[in-house]
Write a protein that binds this ligand. Structure first.
Ligand code: ADP
Ligand code: MG
Length: 283
């Protein structure tokens, strides 16, 4: 049979739907002892659905319509779920649309200034609002600096995420999750999947800082796995950047060293097996 050289390793990986951009990355994978995962779209499906609409003084439909008008400009999975839940044609005129990674979105809608995003966004804009304890990712909405209410949405883990984490732990890999989402959601998912540690409420630059900290711990080689929505800086920074290719963005594919075409986290352990075999044959 054909020896599994470094090139063979890349070929074997590609047969599994794992794109490796160079043989040196298989060797890096052999040295990785910590894997940091993004949450949304990486360990979870990134398919959100609205579970409750909670207006303060307007009707539910009005709140949903305002949120849908602004979110129809965003390609974040959160945004798409709100547009789907509204389910009607958006008639409002939207201008000055802005998206701030890790926070949310803002725009002028029918001449009024609207913001939709997490609690941090509301605080940053000086909106008077009490943090909700709803279970889910909570999108707060304000208009002309007045709090209008919130929309709760839920996402669920990918079917193979738990097994993927278990198989990495069996290999002695430390697994952590880095998320821009809130503490309740982050800890719930981390517990369900059996991750060693979770960091929540992070901005994209915080993810870079944490990966740097993990890398500076003695002998730590750190891989980051993400879908590229808000996490290309950390994909570039990690010792090894692994992108989810199916749903992931082109930017993620560009910023990464390896791409999991099928979006299945369990492919990471597969890639490790291939990398290990490749080394055994070369050495
Ligand atoms: P994760 O780290 O879990 O993949 P992101 O970094 O993509 O999450 O987003 C972090 C948080 O920023 C989200 O949980 C949400 O609260 C807020 N956010 C991002 N984009 C939007 C949006 N289009 N509308 C509302 N909130 C958003
Ligand atoms: Mg994400």
């Amino acid at each position: 049979s054909v020896p599994l050289s470094f090139f063979g390793g890349i070929g074997a990986a590609s047969k599994q739907g794992i794109l490796v951009k160079g043989s040196n990355y298989l060797e890096s994978l052999n040295k990785v002892n910590t894997i940091a995962f993004d949450k949304t779209g990486t360990l979870t499906k990134g398919q959100f659905s609205v579970t409750s609409v909670n207006p303060k003084s307007i009707s539910k439909d009005e709140l949903l319509e305002i949120a849908a008008a602004i979110e129809s400009n965003s390609n974040h999975p959160i945004a798409q779920s709100i547009v789907t839940a509204f389910g009607k044609e958006i008639k409002s005129s939207v201008s000055d649309y802005k998206e701030k990674a890790g926070y949310g979105v803002s725009a002028t809608i029918d001449g009024q200034s609207v913001i939709a995003g997490n609690f941090k966004t509301m605080k940053a804009n000086g909106i008077d609002v009490v943090e909700s304890d709803g279970v889910g990712t909570i999108v707060y909405i304000s208009r002309n600096n007045e709090y209008l209410g919130n929309i709760v949405i839920a996402d669920s883990p990918k079917s193979d995420s738990k097994a993927a984490i278990a198989s990495l732990r069996k290999r002695g890999i430390k697994t952590v999750m880095l998320t821009g989402d809130n503490k309740a959601i982050g800890e719930d998912i981390a517990l369900k999947l059996g991750l060693d540690k979770v960091y929540t409420d992070l901005l994209p630059e915080d993810k870079v800082d944490i990966v740097n900290d993990l890398m500076s711990e003695t002998d730590n080689k750190v891989a980051f796995v993400g879908d590229g929505i808000n996490d290309t800086p950390v994909l570039t920074q990690a010792d090894l950047g692994i992108a989810m290719g199916g749903l992931g963005s082109d930017a993620a594919v560009d910023a990464s060293d390896m791409v999991i075409m099928s979006d299945e986290p369990s492919k990471i352990a597969k890639a490790m097996d291939i990398a290990k075999k490749t080394r055994e044959i070369v050495v």
